[in-house]
Design a protein around this ligand. Structure first.
Ligand code: ADP
Length: 240
């Protein structure tokens, strides 16, 4: 008699709660397995859509990024379902979270409430590019669309592949708000281009690159741009 075949791990996952709960595609299986890396409180009511699964920053990375902004006013310009926003809200003076998609903002509000920080964030539904002239903050966090999961199919990810505008334009817009800019980018991003962004700024900016690992693998990089101490000292001297 033929034995009933055991369902493989993959088959089970394809019919996983991610798909049932959120109507998402089997391509998301890999992300669903990482759900607690994305949100440690995933089981307490976190809401995600398909794009959210692909683009949310893993929690351990978001914690590190937020730590660098402790006490500051942070603008999270492409906040998505709110993985970064939550961690900023925990340690920063205040957070402005912007996303063009009202459904994402709804989910981000819910997710911040799951983490008990819902009242520490100002949410804006809108296009960051259009809102930029009216924004004020100490640090600008840019985690723009990388162009979907295909970003790692190229050997070198260049800044012109970022959306909704190329990385040079986004950086220029960001600089009109503050020199303290954090960019969360694919691990295969062209580092020479990032250095170019820092040098070509007026005044030139400091750049620090952090490799972000999950499960021992480099998942992405974070570029921290800031005003150099030498320049700040010059300004202080001129003012005094
Ligand atoms: P990825 O390519 O990394 O998966 P997404 O396409 O999910 O990135 O985009 C990240 C987030 O940025 C999404 O939540 C999306 O709604 C938001 N977004 C896209 N364009 C803009 C914009 N012009 N202003 C604000 N938010 C935007």
């Amino acid at each position: 008699m033929a034995r009933k075949r055991k369902r493989s791990r993959l088959e089970k996952a394809i019919n996983s709660p991610a798909e049932k709960e959120h109507g998402t595609s089997p391509n998301l299986t890999k992300y669903w397995f990482q759900r607690y890396d994305l949100f440690s409180k995933y089981d307490q009511g976190i809401e995600m859509d398909e794009e959210g699964w692909y683009s949310v920053t893993p929690e351990a990375i978001a914690v590190k990024q937020a730590e660098r902004c402790r006490g500051k006013v942070v603008i999270d310009c492409f906040s998505g379902v709110g993985g970064n926003t939550i961690q900023f809200a925990k340690v920063c003076a205040s957070v402005i979270a912007i996303d063009i998609d009202p459904a994402k903002v709804e989910m981000a509000i819910n997710n911040a409430m799951v983490y008990g920080v819902g009242d520490r964030v100002d949410y804006v539904v809108g296009d960051f590019i259009h809102l930029a002239p009216s924004l004020k903050g100490d640090v600008l966090f840019l985690s723009p669309p990388w162009g979907g999961p295909m970003y790692n199919k190229v050997e070198s990810y260049t800044l012109d592949m970022l959306q909704p505008k190329d990385g040079y334009s986004l950086f220029q817009i960001a600089q009109s708000i503050t020199p303290n800019i954090i960019m969360f980018l694919p691990r295969n991003v062209d580092l020479a281009q990032l250095e170019e962004l820092a040098w070509l700024s007026s005044p030139p900016l400091n750049l620090e690159i952090e490799e972000n690992c999950v499960g021992g693998k480099i998942k992405a990089i974070t570029a921290y741009f800031s005003c150099s101490a030498v320049y700040l000292e010059k300004i202080r001297t001129i003012i005094a």
